[in-house]
Design a protein around this ligand. Structure first.
Ligand code: CMP
Length: 137
């Protein structure tokens, strides 16, 4: 069964949107396999976003993602990567359709509420960064 990595970012936690993210994933039929609350360290942030290190928005992204607690999660279900990204909506909330998390709650591109893996390979890598195998139930 497919799994994906989803993380409520510091803005989502600050705004009290953790429950809303979980509700929408559960309502769709995805199953929660792991979840924790943690403050992402600069080292972990650099590993997570290594592919963006040369982008102009990288310093702002690292400052933001380490600015407060996040809630990383693992979700399981059919085509979990695609399904979770559909629930989240486009990365830029301006382009995200109403009915998606970013379409309904976001406007800024860095502070875009939630992160979701963009492929099965990314999901495997990101799950491994945030969770030990025994934490997956
Ligand atoms: P995420 O899906 O976590 O992956 C990379 C993050 O970089 C993205 O969500 C945004 O939070 C952030 N970001 C900031 N500016 C941009 C941009 N111009 N294009 C894409 N992502 C951006």
């Amino acid at each position: 069964m497919a799994t994906t990595f989803v993380m409520v970012k510091p803005d989502g936690v600050r705004r009290g949107l953790v429950g809303e993210v979980i509700r929408r994933m559960e309502q769709k039929g995805l199953r929660l396999k792991a979840m924790k609350l943690l403050q992402v360290s600069p080292e972990l942030a650099a590993q997570h976003y290594a592919e963006h290190q040369d982008k102009p928005f990288y310093p702002e992204l690292i400052a933001f993602i380490t600015s407060g607690p996040s809630v990383p999660m693992v979700w399981e279900g059919r085509e979990a990567v695609t399904v979770a990204r559909t629930i989240m909506g486009a990365t830029d909330p301006v382009k995200a359709l109403p009915g998606t998390l970013r379409g309904d709650y976001g406007l800024a591109i860095t502070e875009n509420i939630v992160h979701g893996s963009d492929s099965d390979a990314s999901a495997e890598r990101e799950i491994g960064l945030y969770f030990a195998p025994h934490e997956l139930v």
